[in-house]
Ligand binder design. Sequence first.
Ligand SMILES: Cc1cc2nc3c(=O)[nH]c(=O)nc-3n(C[C@H](O)[C@H](O)[C@H](O)COP(=O)(O)OP(=O)(O)OC[C@H]3O[C@@H](n4cnc5c(N)ncnc54)[C@H](O)[C@@H]3O)c2cc1C
Length: 406
Amino acid sequence: MKQCYDAVVVGAGPAGSAVARDVASRGFSVLLLEEHSVIGQPLHCSGLVTPRTLTLANVGEQVVQNELRRAVIQSPLGEQLPIGGDRVYALAVDRVRLDQAMAGQAQESGAELILDARFLELEQANGLVRTWVERHGRRTRVMTKLLIGADGAQSRVAKQLGVHRSHRTVIGLAAEVRAKEAVRDQVTVLLDKDVAPGWFAWVIPLGDGRLRVGTGTANGLKPVDSFRRLRARLPQYFNGDPMLAMAGGRIPLWSPMRLYSDNVLLVGDAARQVKPTTGGGVYMGLVGAKHAASVAVEALQREDFSAAFLSRYQKAFMADAGDELKRGSDLRRLFAALSNAHLERLLARLRSERLAGLINNHGDIDFPSRLLYELLRAAPSLAAFVRAPLRFPRAWLRRRARQEEA
Ligand SMILES: Cc1cc2nc3c(=O)[nH]c(=O)nc-3n(C[C@H](O)[C@H](O)[C@H](O)COP(=O)(O)OP(=O)(O)OC[C@H]3O[C@@H](n4cnc5c(N)ncnc54)[C@H](O)[C@@H]3O)c2cc1C
């Protein structure tokens, strides 16, 4: 480890490794710090991503465990809404291998990766950032022009900047189990407020007899209790053997916050770049990483690390993803307000052939608002479910219609 770097990136998750890779590949010196001794562990993900996520990550098929073409949305009373067909909607990936592949890319681009290195605190000093790092019980100081906090849901960097205002967080708990029932390529999503209050539960087949089963809670129910209820609710997926692997953690749903400060950028979960509808953070984190790296490179070229200049990152990210994140937040509020009885009625409506066809054609877990738009256009009566909790649905629908025409 040198004493000074152009950029120091805290956290070698997908977002941090992507920024480190893209800044280092432009010839700048980059230090990538990771507090754990093995990249990707401990695991806190169920590894469901879209094919476009891997394109953005620039990672190939070596991390893919299964291709998922179908899904079943299950209502609280057990009614099922089947969707999908031939198209690959999502992939089950090995998250540990994905993180390791991306950290490897960062190193190949010239970034220096240091494991077992925990970021402690930062101090602004004469236009640079003094970064304190703990390694094997010793505090070390590293100077940098730009500090990039990619240190996940409990970001220490964000806490030091004092920019985390929202506590909109879901706690997720997932396990790998041996399947009792053969399930090849169909994801199950259970909507049931008694099992997963404020969120949902999921079953993702890995295609080799294993399943990733998980649940989330947003209202204080303990994740272990939610998971116990899930086992009782979907016993067909649990064969009674011990769990193969557990993964859990906080999912910081997107809400507006400042993503920069003098000499500092935040990215990924540290910047709450997480889809509010599904909790998927790998794709949004990579979108954030792309914009963060581009502004970081420009800042390093111009030697301008002022908050005024770095605010370009927030503008670029919001121009790209802001609309989807805002609509996602609206959808999430709508979902949180629905009772089990509402959910039952809503799924019954969506089971009609015409609407199920729209779901198949427009369903995209990275852009759920596109489907919402199509559904509302085809069945305006669905707005009865939607209108109350959404803030500006009519204005939004008009804007979407104008975009369609353009
Ligand atoms: C149960 C569960 C299931 C999930 N399932 C999915 C899913 O199926 N699909 C999906 O897209 N998303 C999923 N997510 C969300 C996804 O895991 C995160 O959004 C994603 O990991 C964010 O990537 P990141 O690079 O921002 O942060 P992280 O992946 O959290 O990486 C942050 C890194 O920073 C390191 N770090 C933290 N603090 C420090 C420090 N002080 N010093 C040095 N290093 C530090 C950490 O060790 C870690 O390696 C799930 C989350 C949970 C909890």
